[in-house]
Ligand binder design. Sequence first.
Ligand SMILES: Nc1ncnc2c1ncn2[C@@H]1O[C@H](COP(=O)(O)OP(=O)(O)OP(=O)(O)O)[C@@H](O)[C@H]1O
Ligand SMILES: [Mg+2]
Length: 195
Amino acid sequence: MTILKASHLKKYYGRDESLVKALDDVSLSVEDGQFVAIVGTSGSGKSTLLNMLGGLDVPASGAVQVENESMEKMTEEQLTVFRRRRIGFIFQNYNLIPYLTAYENIVLPVRLDGKEEDGDFLKEIVRFLELDGKLANYPSHLSGGQQQRVAIARALVSKPAIILADVKWSMVLIVYCVYSVQKKRKKGTLYTNRA
Ligand SMILES: Nc1ncnc2c1ncn2[C@@H]1O[C@H](COP(=O)(O)OP(=O)(O)OP(=O)(O)O)[C@@H](O)[C@H]1O
Ligand SMILES: [Mg+2]
């Protein structure tokens, strides 16, 4: 089954001399259980692409479908809920909320949905990401790597259809491990790295 399908995405910034074709007719699809890497030099459009795939930004033209549902027809509210339930996003700069503990950060997307997290699954993720004993810490009291792993846990806990990870090359191994957790659940993972 196709989890994600993007067709003919375009995004240009600026114009005339300063025109940047960040995305110029990009199409790709991710199948169930697939691990896909998008590799490119700095400024080549990886974050722009992931933002479009994750519904965080809108392409000038083209379409994105996640589990056969098109995002472009959704209202802002529908899109927010859709993103929270179907897409796990790992940001280049983690995007943790500083006044929430590691635990509160991790479960936030589930709680915003008015739901309870799957406790056993959360325990499994926390053990896997070596965050035991760190859940009560605020982000400022975590190491850089621990912060990134909290961001990974947050992306996983809602059991999304796909994980989009905008991470550096040095994080590839850990993202691959995330993929193996996802794979048990037979869903897609897609990440970009920076050269
Ligand atoms: N809001 C914007 N306005 C103008 N240009 C932009 C904007 N956002 C991105 N760009 C340009 O679009 C291009 C792609 O940027 P993007 O952030 O997608 O690159 P990247 O591949 O993620 O790079 P990196 O590996 O450094 O994270 C760059 O040339 C960048 O300068
Ligand atoms: Mg980037």
